[in-house]
Design a protein around this ligand. Structure first.
Ligand code: AMP
Length: 386
């Protein structure tokens, strides 16, 4: 095999993101996004979206038939307990991903369509599935198990799987690199704060706990998801408010979180409103930050010794206010921010804690596409990977 390029496809419920990455130097000859799939005036379906991706690449002389293309890597949201590492896609693997649709009804079907179309376009090319859950497969039973009837849990696959795994893997390793250490030597709390948000506790490069659960609904307050709530809220809404299961699903996944609290899910807009004295925006921010602090405290106790806390994704990389409020007054657990470093805007990985801080606080931009490309290339082309 001579090609060194990997096409990374991230087929979401209403969009397909792609990046072409050349593994010779990790440069990106092409990238793009097809949005509004299945919406009026948008792209008809995932098959049409993938054809558009192929056309866009063709237009740049980088078509799917190029001999430079070595493999295609697919982001797949749910790997269940079966897929705990990147996996070369075969008919059997595809059937296995299909079996997991009940666990991820919004996400896995889109991933499957992406894989099917890509395999039709280039049946000869190795294709690899990289699972969002895989990095969390090492979480010990004590953290992965919910305390519900064991037979019911086993029968229906009810346990903590966790998500954003490629990001947590990439960022925990990049944080170790920033500290000049081997990942095996450092304990890191990773705070992935994007529109979806999750925290993870990584001990010596191995994930030992994470905030998302059976689905991406659990844990931190997110753009439109509630994160942790008393599960009895669901029965209460059913019995007292008369909502059905789908309505409650939509309420908690799409109309809650920051959006539900104040009407906006973008932290930039919330910051602007707070500056004008908007009380609802302030409360949304306060609830968001309070939850974040609870997880920092919980994962500090889980890890025992914390070497670094890493902020990543849209909010984590950009919101000075969230980083400040999340870690304010934690000197007693070894966390001392540097307000000047924290306020400096930048693109690369950087330290934002004070030199005296026992725990290094860092901003570490995530790169899920590169992580997927490295995993894909390593598996498809037999390299050691990065
Ligand atoms: P992601 O899912 O990682 O793309 O993150 C998207 C979210 O990041 C947006 O919804 C915003 O809330 C947030 N975000 C992006 N840029 C900024 C910024 N400059 N300041 C604060 N929040 C931001």
């Amino acid at each position: 095999m001579t090609g060194t390029r990997v096409l990374v496809l991230n087929s979401g419920s209403s969009s397909v993101k792609y990046q072409l990455i050349d593994m010779a130097d990790e440069s990106r000859p092409a990238s793009g996004l097809v949005e509004r799939i299945g919406e009026e005036g948008g792209t008809a379906d995932h098959a049409a979206a993938l054809r558009r991706v192929a056309d866009e690449l063709d237009g740049q002389g980088l078509g799917l038939d190029s001999p430079e293309l070595a493999a295609i890597g697919h982001r797949v949201v749910h790997g269940g307990t079966r897929f705990t590492r990147p996996t070369l896609i075969t008919d059997d693997v595809l059937a296995g991903i299909r079996d997991l649709v009940p666990l991820a009804p919004l996400h896995n079907p889109a991933n499957i369509t992406g894989i099917e179309v890509a395999r039709r376009l280039r049946p000869d090319l190795p294709q690899v599935a990289v699972f969002d859950t895989a990095f969390h497969a090492t979480i010990p039973e004590a953290a992965a198990r919910y305390a519900v009837d064991a037979a019911t849990a086993d029968r229906y696959g009810i346990r903590r799987y966790g998500f954003h795994g490629t990001s947590h893997a990439y960022v925990s390793r990049a944080t170790a690199a920033l500290l000049g250490k081997d990942p095996a030597e450092v304990n890191v709390i990773v705070l992935h704060l994007g529109n979806g948000a999750s925290a993870s506790a990584v001990r010596g490069g191995v994930c030992v706990d994470t905030s998302m659960g059976l689905t991406p609904l659990e844990g931190l307050v997110m753009g439109t998801r509630s994160g942790d709530i008393d599960p009895a809220v669901v029965f209460h809404l059913e019995r007292v408010a008369g909502l059905d299961t789908d309505e409650i699903d939509t309420l908690l996944n799409k109309k809650s979180g920051l959006l539900g609290l104040c009407g906006d899910n973008d932290m930039r807009e919330i910051g602007r409103r707070m500056a004008e004295g908007d009380q609802a925006a302030q409360l949304a921010f306060d609830v968001y930050v309070h939850r974040l602090r609870r997880y920092v405290g919980a994962f500090t106790a889980v890890l025992g010794r914390v070497d670094a806390i890493a902020f990543t994704a849209g909010v984590g990389e950009n919101s000075v206010a969230v980083r400040t409020a999340a870690l304010l007054g934690l000197d007693n657990i070894g966390v001392t921010m540097d307000p000047v470093r924290n306020a400096v805007r930048g693109n690369g990985a950087r330290v934002v804690s004070a030199p005296s801080s026992r725990v290094t606080v860092a901003v570490v931009p995530t790169d899920e596409e590169l992580e997927i490309a490295r995993d894909t290339y390593a598996l498809a082309c037999g390299t050691a990977g990065g």
